[in-house]
Design a protein around this ligand. Structure first.
Ligand code: IPE
Ligand code: IPE
Ligand code: MG
Length: 238
């Protein structure tokens, strides 16, 4: 059984796959982009709730390296939302929440990247909770990126290939400054990772629910955390 001590039964690092925005909109006869807008509101509520219950790190999957395959108008609408939201999330400052981004920024609009940099800079001193947003993120892409950096180090003679170990790989992931993921939450009924934090969630617990992300409420988060607290994590031991 998980330790009943609250400190241990609350996951330190939660990963959330914000899925189901499109279906939420479709059910209401609305354009998909309104589903994304509603999902962005849930992001704010749930981030606050994570902090309240004592989560230390939360990472959200907002846009995958595969999501570029969607119709251009949907991709554009999502990118516009990010920009708009980055202006608004500045109010996380009141909550002392540090916001950072993971993923490949090279394909994003210059103006968006500028805002991302600003938000990261402005919130750098906040230590209430760490929040990461994965934008143009793919787990496989992240590992390729890490392998390239390590290959450069070997090429430049900074390290010997014998020195490549799990720690070094971890240090070269976008999430270098976060601990491994304890709990992955995926709403919307899908039961897959879709290329999210594939290295970091090697020993995560998974929680799936049919609720669509825009309908996901603080009580649903608490339910997921409660289920997590009842799991028996063995990490290969007995
Ligand atoms: C998740 O919701 C948001 C992104 C992937 C950007 P979806 O847009 O995937 O919603 P569904 O899965 O089509 O309902
Ligand atoms: C995963 O959702 C990506 C994000 C939530 C950002 P998708 O809707 O893109 O995943 P699939 O296509 O159902 O696997
Ligand atoms: Mg989806």
């Amino acid at each position: 059984m998980a330790d009943k001590n609250n400190e241990l039964s609350v996951p330190c690092h939660v990963g959330i796959i914000m899925d189901g925005n499109g279906r939420w909109a479709k059910k209401r006869g609305l354009p998909r982009k309104l589903g994304h807008r509603e999902g962005a509101k849930t992001f704010r509520t749930i981030t606050r709730e994570c902090k309240k219950i004592g989560v230390k790190y939360v990472t959200y999957y907002a846009f995958s390296t595969e999501n570029w395959s969607r119709p251009k108008d949907e991709v554009d609408a999502i990118m516009d939302l990010f920009e708009k939201y980055l202006d608004e999330v500045k109010d996380f400052a009141d909550e002392n929440i540090r916001l950072r981004f993971i993923g490949d920024r090279s394909r994003l609009n210059e103006s968006l990247v500028k805002k991302m940099d600003e938000v990261e800079k402005e919130s750098a001193g906040f230590d209430g909770m760490d929040c990461f947003l994965a934008i143009n993120y793919g787990g496989r892409d992240e590992i390729c990126h890490a392998v390239k950096s390590i290959a450069e180090m070997v090429k430049n003679g900074e390290i010997d290939s014998e020195q490549i170990d799990e720690k070094l790989i971890e240090k070269n992931l976008y999430t270098a400054e976060a601990p491994p993921v304890d709990l992955i939450i995926r709403p919307s009924g899908e039961q897959r990772l879709s290329n999210f934090l594939i290295w970091q969630s090697a020993y995560a617990e998974y929680y799936f629910t049919d609720i669509l992300w825009p309908d996901f409420k603080p009580k649903d988060l608490r339910e997921a955390v409660k289920a997590y607290g009842e799991r028996n994590r063995r990490f290969g031991g007995v």
